[in-house]
Design a protein around this ligand. Sequence first.
Ligand code: A4P
Ligand code: MG
Length: 166
Amino acid sequence: MPVIAYIGLGSNVGDREGNVRRAAAFLAGAGRVAGLSSLYATEPVGNREQPGFINAVAAVETSLDPGELLAVCRSIERELGRERTVRWGPRTIDLDILLYGDRTVSTDELTIPHPLMAGRRFVLEPLAELAPGAVHPVLRRTVVELLRELQDPHAVVRLGTAGTTP
Ligand code: A4P
Ligand code: MG
């Protein structure tokens, strides 16, 4: 049975919007891309000495297991990362598996739900567009509840360009 996985996309190098849209389109390699949120301009979390990000979330209906899905995500990162990464610097594109149905995964390679998702506005706001009622299987809270309880001061601004299903 296919499951719906939610993938967080982020870029802060080069053509950030293009990188996010291309990565979302490449997710077709994992299954049916069922949705893409709006794009968001977001303040960097963690190391503040880096450019701002464009973030979004994609929904993929997939029959791949979590390890296979991670392999697709890594290959997309490699494919798009090749374009501009001449010098060391922030990443061209980062794909994080946020949720994989209602499953939890805990291996050396993979932790699902993504351990930091519940504390990040740049994840929860786009995710809430696609899946407001999805339940975090560890915290047992919906995305909207997590967003309501969130204390993350980093700015997240939805861009006018509406998300499209690639
Ligand atoms: N890995 C484990 N669990 C997962 C998962 N659920 N999804 C492992 C994807 N990968 C997972 O990831 C390293 C390894 O984590 C993967 O190969 C996989 O085996 P990475 O993406 O190469 O490393 P990273 O991105 O440097 O580290 P990490 O922990 O993923 O960083 P984050 O959490 O992605 O943070 N601020 C804004 N505004 N927007 C951003 O997108 N992103 C970061 C990076 C920091 N600040 C940001 C943003
Ligand atoms: Mg990552």
